[in-house]
Design a binder for this molecule. Structure first.
Ligand code: FE2
Length: 428
């Protein structure tokens, strides 16, 4: 007897429609007898969504203590510097609990959060470490020690990073382009890698998040990865300066990133509004070179980055929104490219985070997401609600999708926004 039988699941990737059995939290072959049966009717099913880059400590602080009037990265950093002074453990926990619930409702089951450690009291990190304990296995949480104001340019920055590791940070971060000089930026990358190697931790650095084509710290990350043998354990986030590099230099650095088996995270929501702020027309897009990185075999992921904070006032924690924006800003509207967007919020970030037991294999954990849409292209196009989110065989989120009708020629008819009722869009 199965605990649960899901009928008519359309699997992402193959598009195959089949039934899925669940017993003791594990995916098993379907059997006729089940305690509960849920008919999916050809709905798209993926493994859990994975959020590889968010700043949970800053969520829901938009407008505090003042709104970001210019909308720029640097005004955002200044406002956040003021807000940090009034942080309390309970303030952070309350906001993060709220957004984690939003993420789970969206199907996100693994989250890597950068946490600002430029606070002598490390209040945000203490709050996140406590919360990681309190939420248990409801959602996976990795915490990055992130020096928002710099490691070498902030008083006691190196010591704060070491204290963050002692407190329980899982990953070492950095922000070399924000250090006072090029040399300090290079030293900050070397400091982060040495700290990670010493403690057996992974690295995830905010790197070259600027339109300055002279910001070239990704090359230092690749060199340190190779020197210390950290291949596969290092992520470079944002890397927007790559957009502005000359093609010869970009070619060289992308090859080195591939050789170092680094992971890349692009953050289309924030960077589509933060970059190009100093340009007169034409205004640059300021995204990293996504297609070129992928063509070189680099694992590229999509991050959400911000939810209603000083840098980005919008969002509700749904990776599909970020994928939708990247389809436009990354010129990823080709049929095969649209399908890859789903991989960039599921399997790709699962690799970057080093998640074990990830996927929809028989014998693996029954953790999955059911969409109110039949295919991958429809998921990106419609950003549908998640009908069902399963974690280790248990339903952890459920949405009753809205149903729409129109009155046409005097008759009420259903509208589902699909080209042919119930069928996926082409390529989906
Ligand atoms: Fe970020």
């Amino acid at each position: 007897m199965l605990d649960l039988l899901l009928t008519g699941a359309r699997l992402a990737g193959s598009g195959e429609v089949r039934d899925l059995g669940v017993r003791d939290g594990v995916l098993v072959s379907p059997e006729p007898e089940a305690r509960e049966v849920i008919a999916l009717g050809g709905a798209l099913v993926t493994p859990p969504l994975v959020e590889p880059h968010i700043h949970l400590d800053a969520v829901l602080t938009e407008g505090q203590p003042r709104p970001n009037l210019s909308g720029s990265l640097f005004e955002g950093i200044a406002i956040w510097g003021e807000r940090v002074k009034s942080l309390t453990i309970e303030d952070v926990k309350a906001r993060v609990r709220q957004v984690l619930r939003w993420q789970l409702a969206n199907g996100v089951q693994h989250v890597r959060s950068h946490v600002d450690v430029c606070d002598p009291h490390l209040r945000a990190l203490r709050a996140l470490v406590q919360l990681r304990e309190e939420i248990g296995d409801q959602i996976g949480l990795q915490l990055v020690a992130f020096p928002q104001q710099g490691v070498l340019s902030f008083p006691g920055g190196q010591e704060l990073m070491r204290r963050a590791v002692a407190l329980g940070a899982d990953v070492i971060g950095g922000i070399p382009h924000f250090e006072l000089t090029r040399e300090m930026g290079v030293d900050s990358v070397k400091f982060a890698f040495a700290l990670a190697a010493e403690h057996g931790l992974r690295v995830d650095i905010h790197c070259d998040e600027t339109d300055d084509d002279h910001s070239r710290f990704v090359e230092v990350m690749a060199a340190e990865t190779l020197r210390l043998g950290l291949e596969g354990r290092v992520t470079a986030s944002h890397t927007t300066a790559m957009h502005s590099y000359n093609n010869a230099y970009a070619y060289r650095v992308i090859n080195n990133v591939a050789r170092a088996r680094m992971h890349m995270v692009t953050n289309p929501l924030d960077n589509s509004v933060l970059q190009g702020r100093f340009d007169s027309y034409p205004v640059r897009r300021g995204h990293t070179r996504i297609k070129e990185l992928m063509a070189a075999g680099v694992n590229v992921c999509i991050g959400h980055d911000s939810v209603m904070d000083p840098w980005y006032p919008l969002g509700y924690g749904d990776p599909l929104q970020a994928a939708f924006v990247l389809a436009h800003y990354g010129h990823m509207s080709g049929a095969e490219e649209l399908k890859r967007l789903l991989e960039m919020i599921t399997v790709n970030p699962a690799r970057a985070l080093g998640l074990p037991d990830y996927g929809l294999e028989t014998g693996g954990p029954a953790s999955l997401v059911v969409y109110d849409a039949p295919g991958e292209v429809d998921a990106v196009r419609l950003i549908p609600r998640r009908r069902l989110v399963l974690r280790r065989g248990r339903v952890v989120a459920r949405t009753e999708p809205a149903r729409t009708t129109v009155i046409w020629d005097g008759r009420e008819e259903p509208v589902d926004f699909l080209p042919v009722h119930g069928s996926p869009a082409s390529g989906g």
